[in-house]
Design a binder for this molecule. Structure first.
Ligand code: SF4
Ligand code: SF4
Ligand code: FES
Length: 247
């Protein structure tokens, strides 16, 4: 197998490591590809279809989701061709109908000259169904949230819309949500998310609430790791750095 693949991106020759995701190759070149479902640290999903680009490989031309497509052989890549722009405009038209008030969707729609179609009923959903939250929960070994229903009714949340027993209140789902659709309320020593309220553990040094009791219990059980001296990640790093300096 060769250790380099030559691509022609919008007329410019570009080198890539074989197997690298096309999206990453393009980003390394400074090409601005719109994405919604992609997030570093999460399994690529390919659901939003915003990252579509046009690829001609071995004489075959097609649209591909660049977040899933591996650069494996010489090909021509078009990142803003009329076909690519039309595909993104179509996706954005649907998003704009569902997520009329979401700033990110409005910005992308503006970039591609898409305005709301009167014949599509406007919805003010905050959730774009990118499923970053579900993957963030799963990657940590929980399955507190998922999808329910299909088509227009499809939504993300805990089973039966009830406070999820499997949730540890880590708020990782909210942290990766691109639209702020997941509400996290922190009040005093508690955090409420998905209808459950968790007690926060405060850092012994700086006093910041850095984890929930359930989260620490889970870390202990699953990873066999104790959270040393109940320090938040910042104070722990600072302590470790100081220990290293002292030798
Ligand atoms: S807060 Fe609950 S639902 Fe969200 S990622 Fe953590 S465990 Fe999953
Ligand atoms: S809640 Fe946020 S992260 Fe989850 S699917 Fe909706 S937009 Fe995506
Ligand atoms: S970023 Fe590729 S399909 Fe969503």
């Amino acid at each position: 197998m060769t250790d380099v693949v030559y691509l022609n991106v919008d007329g410019e020759q570009v080198k890539a490591r074989p197997g690298m995701r096309l999206l990453d190759v393009l980003r390394e070149q400074g090409v601005d590809i719109p994405t919604l479902c992609d997030h570093e640290g999460l399994v690529p999903w390919g659901s939003c279809r915003l990252c579509m680009v046009e690829v001609t490989e071995r004489g075959r031309n097609r649209l591909v989701a660049s977040c899933l497509y591996p650069a494996e052989r010489a090909s021509d890549v078009y990142t803003e061709s009329p076909r690519v722009r039309a595909a993104r405009r179509f996706v954005l038209t649907l998003l704009l109908a569902r997520n009329a008030d979401v700033q990110l969707v409005q910005e992308l729609a503006g970039r591609y000259g898409v305005s709301r179609l009167e014949r599509l009923p406007a919805k003010q959903e905050k959730c774009t169904l990118c499923l970053r939250c579900v993957r963030a929960c799963a990657v940590q070994g929980h399955s507190a949230i998922g999808t329910a229903f299909r088509g227009q009714e499809k939504k993300v949340g805990p089973p039966f819309d009830e406070p999820p027993a499997d949730c540890v209140g880590c708020a990782a789902c909210a942290a990766v949500c691109p639209t702020g659709a997941i509400e996290v309320i922190e009040k005093g020593d508690t955090r409420t998310i998905w209808g459950r309220t968790f007690e926060l553990v405060r850092c012994k040094k700086c006093g910041a609430g850095f984890a929930t009791c359930e989260q620490l219990v889970w870390v202990r059980k699953e990873l066999g790791q104790e959270i040393e001296d109940k320090l938040c990640p910042c104070c722990r790093q600072r302590d470790e750095a100081q220990r290293m300096v002292k030798g």
